[in-house]
Design a protein around this ligand. Structure first.
Ligand code: PRP
Ligand code: URA
Length: 210
């Protein structure tokens, strides 16, 4: 299946950590630890092409020009599960600001329901990374990108751990300008909107609420 905007991060360390995240024997603590570790590895790849700008710096020996990010970065995790990827990303981009977007998926309709939104001031001018481990029907990710664009956000990237073909199709249709990074493109959704083979309910596995 070919998708225009999908980038699968097939680095061996990313794939190995995904193996443990899929394993149903991985407990809540190890799941959270692994999720942060894989998120750091993924963001290293995702930020590869961020624009940089020259900046003068005084070394102990002389003045030279070095490079810094041209624009600040804003992370927007989709609560709850996206939040558990943030620390791993912040360990590599400590100056990034974080906006929060609370969405849950209604169990019957599978439609996203908003319950919280707080974005940093002037975030719309920054590089924005929207974060959620699971791209299932794509409803939550698409709604999140709608919210961010409505507030003026332009330079957007979406990152997830596991994507379904259905979710990628929906996101590409509604947000053709947004690159989608994932560690895996799985087979399909089941009748309850869960990704197969997937890793189960990410929020429950992170927070022990199953
Ligand atoms: C999960 C997941 C995504 C959403 C994906 O969250 O973290 O946000 O489902 O499904 P979709 O692509 O079909 O919209 P959930 O609604 O279970 O909330 P939680 O993070 O609070 O557990
Ligand atoms: N949300 C999850 O946490 N897992 C899925 O497989 C689908 C939606």
């Amino acid at each position: 299946m070919a998708f225009n905007n999908l980038i699968i991060l097939d680095h061996p360390l990313i794939q190995q950590k995904l193996f443990y995240l899929r394993d149903k024997r991985t407990n809540n603590f190890n799941f959270r630890t692994m999720l942060n570790e894989i998120s750091g590895l993924m963001v290293y790849e995702i930020t590869r092409n961020l624009p940089v700008k020259p900046n003068k710096v005084q070394t102990p020996l002389e003045v030279t020009t070095a490079y810094i990010l041209a624009k600040p970065v804003t992370l927007i995790p989709i609560l709850r599960a996206g939040l558990a990827m943030c620390d791993g990303i912040l360990s590599l981009i400590p100056n990034a600001r974080v906006g929060h977007l609370g969405l849950y998926r209604d169990k019957e309709s599978l439609q996203p329901v908003e319950y919280y939104k707080k974005f940093p001031p002037d975030f719309e001018k920054t590089e924005i990374i929207v974060i959620d481990p699971m791209l299932a029907t794509g409803g939550s990710a698409s709604a999140a990108l709608d919210f961010v664009k409505k507030e003026g956000g332009e330079h957007l990237t979406f990152v997830c751990l596991v994507a379904s073909p259905e979710g990628v199709t929906l996101l590409e249709e509604h947000h053709p300008d947004v690159p989608i990074y994932t560690a895996a493109l799985d087979r399909q959704l089941n009748d309850h909107g869960y990704i197969l083979p997937g890793l189960g309910d990410a929020g429950d596995r992170i927070y022990g609420t199953e």
